[in-house]
Design a binder for this molecule. Structure first.
Ligand code: ADP
Ligand code: ASP
Ligand code: MG
Length: 410
């Protein structure tokens, strides 16, 4: 008898009919003799709806209260799913994050899971119940409700699977696996049978929102095999595990995109030791994460310094930068919210040169200007004008042969 954790996303529990269908899927697993722990998201659109209510009352609502509010979305679905299971004659019990002691830090809206006490879940499983747990939420050491950041139910599921030493964590969603690019943008994208944690981590960090980044970090740390599958369609989905020799040795496994970033530049900065710190120090103090950073070669003792932040942090970062600019005697500050980041990801890149230039050529051939570049061992990212996002993703997808076979002959 295996213990399986299944997670159902917002679309999969978006209506009473769909909740009923999810109950049937769970019952199927039970009939195969498995113990099942289910993690659910709020019904599709619900988290956005709640956020809008808060923002209608205050432009920047208090983050603690936002978490109290948002956690209700998942509380609705756990109860409904449990009711649906019971109506079909299957014993089940629902729990909020707090009820199963999902202890997090106190970073409201983006809390991190510190510990899970699996005892209550195990007890219910031993009683023969299906356990339904609210995703995306936890509780801090002072008893405040916290949430884990958008897409956080994935992380609840993987963390639960780790805590319970489950055989597998199945993430049921509205696509039937992880694709070589977002299938909504690239119709020719191919489903990947397997992917390493490392590659999935890069894809997720670079904007592929099919899994929340932290869920992949957890999976990698505790070696939880994760399978991404469709709630609507049969199939094996995509298995995310450690890299092994049998894995398809594609040079590039996928193209990721991200339109959540914005770019800020401070121009005419006197170039002296400590410049980067004097610019980025105050940004970090404001708890704003910086992604790409570029400092130009200095000319006549002056340099330009550009970096990207999340778009939600743009206004705050701009204000901070304007102050810094005055303080350090820079010429001024400019910014651009309409940017997109395109990335190619693949472990095969480690052993091959020329991948980056192939990417730059493909974009150049279409007249797409590259504004910033950043590379690591297994990825190359570029920032371009947002209007080129979809075109850029498609061009790169075909330039690297991903629509055909996923391999590039040298
Ligand atoms: P859920 O509500 O089930 O958590 P999400 O919307 O969070 O679902 O994630 C699924 C979506 O992720 C898909 O509908 C798809 O548009 C998007 N996506 C982005 N990149 C990829 C990719 N490489 N492969 C599959 N889906 C992707
Ligand atoms: N309901 C939350 C969100 O919409 C968490 C999740 O669905 O994973 O982001
Ligand atoms: Mg999601």
């Amino acid at each position: 008898m295996a213990l399986i954790v299944q997670k159902y996303g917002g679309t999969s529990v978006g209506s009473v009919e769909r909740i009923r269908a999810v109950a049937d899927k769970i019952i199927e697993s039970r009939k195969q003799g498995h113990q099942v722990v289910v993690v659910v998201s709020a019904m599709s659109g619900e988290t956005d709806r709640l956020l809008k209510l808060a923002r209608d009352l205050a432009p920047q609502p208090d983050s603690r209260e936002v978490d109290v509010l948002l956690s209700t979305g998942e509380q609705v679905t756990i109860a409904l799913l449990s009711i649906a299971l019971q109506a079909k004659g299957y014993p089940s019990v629902s729990f909020t994050g707090a009820q199963v002691h999902i202890l997090t830090d106190s970073a409201f809206n983006k809390a991190r899971i510190i510990d899970i006490d699996a005892a209550r879940v195990q007890k219910a499983l031993h009683e023969g119940k299906v356990v339904v747990i609210a995703g995306f939420q936890g509780i801090d050491s002072d008893g405040n409700i916290t949430t884990l950041g958008r897409g956080g139910s994935d992380t609840t599921a993987v963390a639960m699977a780790a805590a319970l030493k489950a055989t597998e964590c199945a993430i049921y969603t509205d696509v039937d696996g992880v694709y070589t690019a977002d299938p909504r943008i690239v119709p020719d994208a191919r489903r990947l049978d397997r992917l390493s944690y490392e590659e999935m981590l890069e894809m997720a960090s670079l904007g592929s929102k099919v899994l929340q980044i932290r869920s992949v970090e957890f999976a990698n740390k505790y070696k939880v095999p994760v399978r991404v599958l469709s709630s609507f369609k049969e199939g094996a989905g995509t298995l995310i595990t450690d890299e092994d020799e049998k894995m398809e040795q594609a040079l590039i496994s996928g193209i990721a995109h991200n339109r959540d970033e914005a770019k800020l530049t401070i121009v005419g900065v006197p170039d002296r030791p400590g410049v980067a710190y004097s610019i980025l120090g105050p940004v970090a103090e404001a708890n704003i994460e910086v992604d790409m950073i570029v400092q130009n070669v200095s000319a006549e003792g002056m340099t330009d310094f550009t970096f990207t932040v999340h778009r939600n942090d743009y206004d705050t970062a701009l204000k901070i930068l304007e102050k810094t600019s005055e303080k350090i005697g820079a010429r001024g500050v400019t910014g651009d919210k309409k940017i997109a980041k395109l990335s190619i990801v693949g472990v095969g890149m480690r052993s091959h040169a020329g991948i980056a230039s192939k990417m730059f050529k493909a974009l150049a051939d279409e007249g797409i200007n590259i504004q910033m570049i950043s590379t690591s061992e297994i990825k190359v990212s570029v920032v371009v004008d947002e209007k080129y996002l979809e075109l850029g993703v498609r061009i790169l997808h075909s330039a690297f042969g991903l629509d055909k076979h996923g391999f590039i002959e040298n």
